[in-house]
Design a protein around this ligand. Sequence first.
Ligand SMILES: NC(=O)c1ccc[n+]([C@@H]2O[C@H](COP(=O)([O-])OP(=O)(O)OC[C@H]3O[C@@H](n4cnc5c(N)ncnc54)[C@H](OP(=O)(O)O)[C@@H]3O)[C@@H](O)[C@H]2O)c1
Length: 293
Amino acid sequence: MSNDTRDVAFIGLGVMGYHMAGHLAKAGHRVTVYNRTGAKADKWVSEFGGKTAGTPRAAAQGAGIVFACVGNDDDLRGITTGDDGAFHGMTDGCVFVDNTTASAEVARELDAVARAQGCHFIDAPVSGGEAGAVNGVLTVMCGGDPAAFDGVKDVIDAFARAVTLMGPAGSGQLTKMVNQICIAGLVQALSEGVNFAQKVGLDGNRVLEVISKGAAQSWQMENRGTTMVKDEFEFGFAVDWMRKDLGICLAEGNRAGARLPVTALVDQFYAEVQAMGGGRWDTSSLMRLLTTP
Ligand SMILES: NC(=O)c1ccc[n+]([C@@H]2O[C@H](COP(=O)([O-])OP(=O)(O)OC[C@H]3O[C@@H](n4cnc5c(N)ncnc54)[C@H](OP(=O)(O)O)[C@@H]3O)[C@@H](O)[C@H]2O)c1
């Protein structure tokens, strides 16, 4: 068994994980992948080399770092401490880097389990979307032990443009919650602005071109404005994922006594988008609630 950080495992080859694991392989790491749906793992190996494993436990055996990017808290518990989970295959000193957007609570829980077996857990959710994963320019917000972080930071760099330790276990997830809280209200305001422009007879694209050079500029305006004008939402960051994230934010806000009135309202708007059949639409589809009679 080795704890060489050139030997890495990656669990969860979805929209994000597939490309993140690809960047690790391109950076020269020996990557073993596990995906619940095996065909995706086979496709990944045919594209990037490396090996597949039949279980998260087998993928983690001999790895210096085990990465994961699955859906939510329960998925994460399943692939770590569940039957044949990665924690059962990890050896002393191994660092588990979790790129899933999950709760701070599950991060603290898994950090404690990892420590008890002589390993480390870093919560490391990402921002930047599928394009950020494809281009290897994600922003990674981390929580955990500083020495363990120092040992993995350069490896995470393979798919990131910024990798920052924010504090102890759970701090990466808390930072990602701030990110999602900021986005929720902003996307609703952008939807209202674009819809207003169209209803008062302005050319939506020209308005965006002009105001994106002023104080209203945002990533959402630059990257989603024109598709909102075109009523295109079949791409991007799914409403279902956003509702999962906002649920985590609202629960944490409740615990911390931090009021989130706009976030709670936008969460309800996203529930309406889901009821319209838009669970897989991009989060900018809040616009549809304003344009649909
Ligand atoms: N997409 C984005 O733009 C974006 C941006 C930032 C953060 N995120 C976050 O990143 C995470 C992954 O997002 P994604 O878009 O890559 O999702 P995705 O395409 O749905 O992929 C999810 C991956 O997790 C695996 N998985 C889910 N539940 C599992 C379980 N119980 N056991 C084993 N494997 C399981 C899936 O396996 P199968 O292939 O078998 O289904 C798949 O490989 C989420 O937490 C999301 O909120 C996403």
